[in-house]
Design a protein around this ligand. Structure first.
Ligand code: NAD
Length: 499
């Protein structure tokens, strides 16, 4: 059985805590590896080596740090197939989708090549009599990232690329469900020229997370995962005086106006609702057609598309739409929600619960499910299901549809399909959700913009990657200077002003 340990001080090390978790192949249901769960001592060792290594790295000029990112990007391209295969084997997503996972992270590394520019401070000559004032951005020290299973390449890179480019050392605590790729990424960073000790991968569970949140040498924590844990990490980290940003769950709505191109809207819904088996924080899980006629036209076109989704293990080739869910628990949870939806009175237009993959009967496969006539009080509407289940909520008017999205507790992403510019502009202006798509179903901002949800999808200040990533992983120092020729004789007792 393969054993996955940690990556500390530039090398793979075996776990020594005696605690491990099983890593499954979601397509077969077999345990294919065991991942070590770190003890406090292992975590503390990683933090100590990071602390030592950061001193020199923080003082290294940003251009040299950027060159490591440049080389890292090349190595990601070189190892793309290997990374995608390892990712799909533990996560279950298709190979093209796994490559997308790597590429979306790689794009953040590309953005971080601009570190010398992004870290430039500000300078005001003659801010007062004989006085100049400037500000600099300095690294925080040792910082940490805690990441979810659903993007085991992209989300770790969202975190460690800006943090390292800013001159910090990094502790990554990835998901214990698909731990191989994060360690491969750390190896590639070292191959790209990152000195040992700056990027450490500590595998673990709640105990490692608590250790990070309580350790006095961790200056900032970036978390991505479910809302309940995001809120916990935010409260505990902030109570310990750390800078913390936590991104949580989602229930992303897509409104379809009567004037929308229905074929485009249906293409968008099947891709965004069922891609990656719905295991994306930006998946569309609620479709809101405006008006009965729009709803009827939508269901007529959508139903056969959901019935004919192609589901397969990643090994079956590149033309599958999606693969299995990540674990048996996820499979049971998603099925449980579909059962609940039926009990609560929604119309199950497509039932994927009994789907079985020939030759992979023990895998965690489920077919696409489609509900019509879903209402606000149902659990399938209120909760994040994180599976291939789309709920159609019929709204009479645009205002009613807008109100649905605005009053939902989550505020990650939202989308509107229309040909009308006025409606689109009104929607983008009024909606209280962090990422908005106009005729775009999954509006994930590119690496040079920032990513983050509102309401119970995000806790703390500043978003991820883009300019906010550089702000989060640095602190600003402002320096005011005056030289003897500009200093008047005599002590000043009142606060200096510009009067
Ligand atoms: P999760 O919350 O179960 O796990 C996330 C991380 O927290 C993992 O590293 C895990 O080991 C750790 N963790 C789990 N239980 C913990 C506990 N009790 N105490 C401390 N740490 C704990 O999330 P997941 O199932 O891996 O990922 C799916 C979730 O992530 C979904 O809710 C999805 O919407 C969300 N997500 C959000 C974003 C975003 O940017 N908003 C992006 C991707 C995924």
């Amino acid at each position: 059985m393969e054993k996955i340990g940690h990556y500390i001080n530039g090398k793979r090390v075996a776990g020594t805590s005696g605690r491990e978790a099983d890593v499954y192949n979601p397509a077969t249901g077999e345990v294919q590896a065991q991942v070590a769960l770190a003890s406090d001592a292992e975590l503390n060792t990683a933090i100590e080596v990071a602390k030592q290594a950061q001193i020199e790295w923080g003082a290294t000029n940003p251009q040299k740090r950027a060159r490591v990112m440049m080389k890292f990007v090349d190595l990601l391209h070189r190892d793309m197939d290997k990374l995608a295969e390892a990712l799909s084997r533990e996560h279950g997503k298709t190979i093209p989708d796994a490559k997308g996972d790597v590429i979306r992270g790689l794009e953040v590394a590309e953005f971080c090549v601009g570190a010398p520019h992004l870290l430039k401070g500000e300078f005001s000559e003659g801010a007062g009599p004989g006085i100049d004032m400037h500000s600099v951005r300095q690294p925080l020290g040792v910082v940490a990232g805690i990441t979810p299973f659903n993007f085991p390449a992209m989300i770790p890179m969202w975190k460690f690329c800006p943090a390292l480019a800013c001159g910090n050392a990094f502790i990554l605590k990835p998901s214990e469900r698909d731990p191989s790729v994060p360690i491969m990424l750390a190896e590639l960073m070292n191959e790209a020229g990152l000195p040992d000790g700056l990027l450490n991968v500590v595998n673990g569970d709640k105990s490692a997370v608590d250790g990070i949140l309580d350790h006095e040498d961790i200056m900032a924590v970036g978390f991505v995962g479910s809302t309940a844990i995001a809120e916990y990490v935010y409260s505990r980290g902030a109570a310990n005086g750390k800078r913390v940003q936590c991104f949580g769950g989602a229930k992303n709505h897509m409104l379809i106006m009567p004037d929308a191109d229905m074929d485009q809207a249906v293409d968008a819904l099947v891709g965004a609702g069922y891609g990656a088996a719905g295991e994306r924080c930006m998946a569309v899980s609620v479709a809101v057609p405006i008006g009965e006629d729009t709803a009827d036209r939508l269901m007529e076109k959508l139903t056969p598309r959901v019935e004919n989704l192609k589901i397969a293990p990643y090994t079956a080739g590149d033309d599958a739409d999606f693969g299995p869910l990540v674990t048996k628990e996820a499979h049971e949870r998603v099925k449980g929600y579909v059962d609940a939806g039926v009990k609560e009175g929604a119309t199950l237009a497509v039932d994927g619960r009994e789907f079985s993959m020939q030759g992979y009967e023990n895998g965690y496969f489920i077919g696409g499910c489609l509900f019509d006539n879903v209402t606000k009080d149902m659990s399938i509407y209120k909760d994040e299901i994180f599976g291939p289940v789309l709920s159609v909520v019929r709204a009479k008017t645009y205002e009613e549809g807008l109100d649905l999205a605005m009053t939902h507790e989550y505020g990650n992403g939202v989308s509107l399909y229309t040909r009308d510019g006025d409606t689109a502009r009104d929607f983008a202006n009024r909606i209280n959700i962090g990422m908005v798509g106009i005729n775009v179903p999954i509006p994930v901002p590119l690496a040079y913009f920032t990513f983050g949800g509102w309401k119970r999808s995000g806790f703390g200040d500043l978003n991820q990657h883009g300019p906010d990533g550089f702000r989060f992983y640095t602190r600003t120092k402002t320096i005011t200077s005056r030289w003897p020729s500009g200093i008047k004789e005599g002590a000043e007792f009142s606060i200096p002003t510009m009067n």
